[in-house]
Design a protein around this ligand. Structure first.
Ligand SMILES: Nc1ncnc2c1ncn2[C@@H]1O[C@H](COP(=O)(O)OP(=O)(O)OP(=O)(O)O)[C@@H](O)[C@H]1O
Length: 299
C-alpha cells in the first residue's frame, strides 16, 4: 500500500486552546477517509495544517513519503476548504479555463471533469446563476482538473438541500470508485458511513478512533437484562467469560452486559437458569453506529 499522507503527533495551539492534540494517522492510496467529529473538534484546523495554510505548533506531517517539499507535494492535491469562489459573471467553462491557465492544464480536461460532476450541459451558464449544490460541484470539477493524487473536502455537503447532498455524495462515490484517494471532514456520521471506507474520529483535537468504517461496528453487541435480584445477576454475569463488562442502567432497574463472543440470548438464559437465576427481561441488541459515535464523542 502506498502512503499518501502521514501525520505524526500533529498539534496546533491557539493561545491556551489546543485545537489539534497529538494527532497521528495515515492515508493510504485508494481509500476514502472521513475525519469525523462534532463542531469545533479540530477538523478544519487539521486540514489547514496539511494544506500549509495553518502553521502547526508541533509534530510532523509528510506527503508522499516525504520525498518532496510540501509546496511541491500540494501540486498533486486537489482541495476545497472554503466556499467555492469563482467569477460570478463568467460562465462555468470560462472560470475553469482560468483555473487551467493557473494550473498549467490543457483545456481538454474541462469537459471531462464537468461530465463527472454532471454540469456539462450547464457549462455556458454564469456562475452566479448556479445553485449552491452546482457551485459545490463546479468546485469539485475545478479541484479535479489537474488529476490530483488525492481530493480533500471540508464539509462538502454543508448548507445543501437533500437532493444537493445526494448528488455530492454520489459524485464522491463515483470518483472514489475510479480509484481516487479522498479525505473529507464531516460532522455527519451518516455521511461518513455512506461514502467513506475509513474514519478518524476526533473530539477536542484528540483522536478517539481510527480504522475502517466496517470495523467500527464490528462488536458482538450487548444484552439488556434484569431479574428480581439485580446484585446476584450482576455478579453472575461478571463470572461469565463471554461477558466483557456489565453496566447498570439504573433508572430502568436493569443491566447492560457487553458480549465478547457471538452468544445467543437463549444461550445466556440457559446458563443463568442453570445457576438458579431467572431473568424477567432479556433483550439482545447491537449498538448502532450512531450510538457508538455519540458514546465516543460525548464530553
Ligand atoms: N484562527 C483561530 N484562532 C483561534 N481559535 C481558533 C482558530 N481557528 C480555530 N480555532 C478554534 O480551534 C478549535 C477547532 O476548530 P476547527 O474549525 O478546526 O474545528 P472543526 O472541527 O472544523 O469545527 P467546525 O465543523 O465547526 O468547523 C475550535 O475551538 C475553534 O474555535
Amino acid at each position: 500500500m502506498e502512503t499518501i499522507l502521514k501525520l505524526n503527533q500533529l498539534t496546533k495551539k491557539f493561545g491556551k486552546l489546543t485545537a489539534v492534540n497529538q494527532l497521528s494517522f495515515e492515508i493510504e492510496k485508494g481509500n476514502v477517509y472521513g475525519i469525523l467529529g462534532p463542531n469545533g473538534s479540530g477538523k478544519s484546523t487539521t486540514l489547514g495544517i496539511i494544506l500549509n495554510v495553518v502553521n502547526k505548533t508541533s509534530g510532523e506531517f509528510e506527503w508522499f513519503g516525504g520525498q518532496v517539499e510540501t509546496h511541491e507535494a500540494l501540486k498533486k492535491v486537489g482541495a476545497i476548504i472554503e466556499n467555492p469562489n469563482f467569477y460570478p459573471n463568467m460562465s462555468a467553462e470560462d472560470n475553469l479555463k482560468l483555473v487551467c491557465k493557473i494550473k498549467g492544464v490543457d483545456y481538454s480536461k474541462i469537459d471531462e471533469k464537468l461530465e463527472i460532476v454532471d454540469l456539462l450541459d450547464r457549462k455556458e451558464n454564469t456562475f452566479k446563476s448556479y445553485s449552491l449544490g452546482m457551485k459545490q460541484r463546479l468546485a469539485i470539477a475545478s479541484a479535479l482538473l489537474n488529476d490530483p493524487e488525492i481530493l480533500i473536502l471540508d464539509e462538502p455537503t454543508n448548507g445543501l438541500d437533500p437532493q444537493g447532498i445526494h448528488q455530492i455524495r454520489e459524485i464522491i462515490r463515483k470518483i472514489a470508485a475510479d480509484g481516487m484517494t479522498i479525505l473529507l471532514a464531516s460532522h455527519l456520521l451518516d455521511e461518513v458511513e455512506k461514502v467513506c471506507s475509513h474514519v478518524v474520529i476526533i473530539r477536542n483535537g484528540v483522536k478517539l478512533y481510527a480504522g475502517s468504517v466496517d470495523q467500527m461496528n464490528a462488536t458482538h453487541g450487548f444484552v439488556e437484562i434484569a431479574s428480581k435480584n439485580l446484585e446476584e445477576l450482576d455478579s453472575a454475569l461478571g463470572q461469565l467469560d463471554f461477558i466483557e463488562k456489565v453496566v447498570k442502567v439504573d433508572e430502568h432497574h436493569r443491566l447492560k452486559a457487553f458480549l465478547s463472543l457471538p452468544i445467543e440470548a437463549s444461550e445466556l438464559n440457559k446458563t443463568l437458569a442453570s445457576q438458579g437465576i431467572y431473568v424477567n427481561l432479556l433483550i439482545k441488541r447491537k449498538e448502532t453506529l450512531e450510538e457508538q459515535f455519540l458514546e465516543l464523542t460525548k464530553a
